[in-house]
Design a protein around this ligand. Structure first.
Ligand SMILES: [Fe+2]
Ligand SMILES: [Fe+2]
Length: 186
C-alpha cells in the first residue's frame, strides 16, 4: 500500500485495487486476499467444534428419552431444547466450513474422536444434568479460545463463534439451575 500515514483510513484499499483483487482466484468464493487467517486451519478447528456439537446433540437426545420420574418433565423439555440448539449450531458451523472452501465432517466414526466434549449416558437425572453441565463448560472453554484465535483474522467466523458461545453459556446456566432445583432423591 502506497499510503503510509497512520490513520485507520490508510488501511482501506483503493476501489480499483479491491476490484482487481476480487477477480483473482474467483473460485475461492468467500475467501478473498483480505482474509486474515489460514482457511484450512480454521476449517480444521470448526470441524472439531462441529463434532462437539453433534456429540452434544446426541447426548442431550439420549438424556431426553431416558429422563424419567416426577421431577423429569421440566428437565426433559430443557434437554430437548438443548439437543435442537446444538444441532442448529452444527448446521451453522457446517455452512461456514463450506463457505471457507472446506468440507464438514459428519462421519460418525470421527465424531467421538474429534469432539472435545464426552458422551456420558449417566445413570440418574442428577448425573445426566451434571454431565451436560461439564460438557457445556468444555464447549465454553474451547469456543472462548476460538474467539481469541479468530479475533480480527476472520470477522464472520468470529461473530458466529461468539454467538454460539453466548448460547453455550446460557446452557451451562440452565444446567446449574436444574441441578439446584432437583429434589434430593434424584
Ligand atoms: Fe452448541
Ligand atoms: Fe450447549
Amino acid at each position: 500500500m502506497e499510503n503510509t500515514n497512520d490513520t485507520p483510513e490508510a488501511k482501506l484499499s483503493d476501489v480499483n485495487e479491491l476490484r482487481a483483487r476480487a477477480r483473482q482466484e474467483v473460485s475461492q468464493g468467500a475467501v478473498t486476499p483480505a482474509y486474515g487467517a489460514d482457511p484450512e486451519k480454521v476449517c480444521e478447528l470448526l470441524n472439531v467444534a462441529l463434532a462437539t456439537e453433534l456429540l452434544c446433540a446426541l447426548r442431550y437426545k439420549r438424556h431426553y428419552f431416558m429422563a424419567t420420574g416426577l421431577a423429569s418433565d421440566s428437565v426433559k423439555a430443557e434437554f430437548l431444547e438443548h439437543a435442537k440448539q446444538e444441532s442448529g449450531h452444527a448446521d451453522k458451523l457446517a455452512e461456514r466450513i463450506v463457505q471457507l472452501g472446506g468440507e464438514p465432517d459428519f462421519n460418525p466414526a470421527n465424531i467421538a474422536k474429534k469432539s472435545h466434549a464426552e458422551y456420558v449416558e449417566g445413570s440418574s437425572l442428577r448425573e445426566m444434568i451434571y454431565e451436560d453441565l461439564v460438557a457445556e463448560r468444555i464447549a465454553i472453554q474451547s469456543y472462548t479460545e476460538l474467539v481469541r484465535f479468530l479475533h480480527e483474522k476472520d470477522p464472520v467466523t468470529h461473530a458466529l463463534v461468539r454467538e454460539i458461545l453466548a448460547v453455550e453459556e446460557e446452557h451451562a446456566e440452565d444446567m446449574v439451575s436444574l441441578l439446584q432445583g432437583l429434589p434430593a432423591e434424584h
